[in-house]
Design a binder for this molecule. Structure first.
Ligand SMILES: Cc1cc2nc3c(=O)[nH]c(=O)nc-3n(C[C@H](O)[C@H](O)[C@H](O)COP(=O)(O)O)c2cc1C
Length: 186
């Protein structure tokens, strides 16, 4: 059975290096019949978590803040696989992606024990250098905390300007990963 995939693209550069990885991953997954929905987080009206612990009362719109997260929540709920895509900003995820993750806490608040829905995950990252260790460790800790199954990551280093990633091997790796992980169900 092919999967439903949500891609959270935390890069503000629509034609940038992270987006190139996203597009190749999506192309691979769609080729084998997956349903893929990409969210360009920087183009959305999404505010930071208020830390009110008052969410989880409305299943369809679980956060107390009403903004573009309401477009993400239903797709997230239905998704089998969540793709986290981001440039490295100061050795970590971009703020755009971090902000969305904080806001997904409202979905866990719908459960009396704050359980998160079970998902599979993939990480796609681009950076000028090769210092991915901190972000990768953070991702692995996050997946462990959420109880999600990590299906792999693509880390494209040595890319700074838009277009630098052209001809890098990681583009093909992202395409192949999309084809591979899109096919196997949990
Ligand atoms: C605010 C900011 C912080 C950055 N921090 C890092 C960093 O810590 N390490 C690194 O290798 N590159 C860093 N970069 C470079 C980006 O990761 C790099 O340009 C990447 O290719 C951007 O991906 P994009 O094209 O998807 O936007 C930073 C860029 C910006 C704008």
């Amino acid at each position: 059975m092919s999967k439903k995939i949500i891609i959270l693209n935390g890069s503000p550069r629509i034609k940038g290096n992270t987006s190139a990885l996203v597009n190749e991953f999506a192309r691979g997954a769609e080729e084998i019949g997956c349903e893929v929905k990409i969210f360009q987080l920087d183009k959305m009206n999404i505010h930071g978590c208020k830390g009110c612990f008052g969410g989880g009362k409305n299943f369809d719109s679980p956060c107390v803040q009403k903004d573009d997260m309401d477009k993400i929540y239903p797709v997230y709920r239905e998704a089998d696989l969540v793709v986290l895509a981001t440039p490295i900003y100061y050795w970590n995820f971009s703020g755009q992606l971090r902000t969305v993750f904080d806001r997904l806490f409202a979905v866990a608040e719908c459960d009396p024990n704050y359980r998160n829905p079970k998902k599979e995950s993939v990480l796609l990252m681009a950076a000028e250098g090769y210092g991915f260790d901190d972000a990768l460790q953070y991702y692995q800790n996050l997946m462990k905390h959420l109880g999600w199954t990590d299906l792999g990551h693509i880390l494209a280093g040595g890319v700074m300007k838009v277009g630098d990633i052209k001809d890098h091997k990681e583009l093909n790796q992202a395409y192949e990963l999309g084809k591979k992980v899109g096919g196997n169900s949990l």
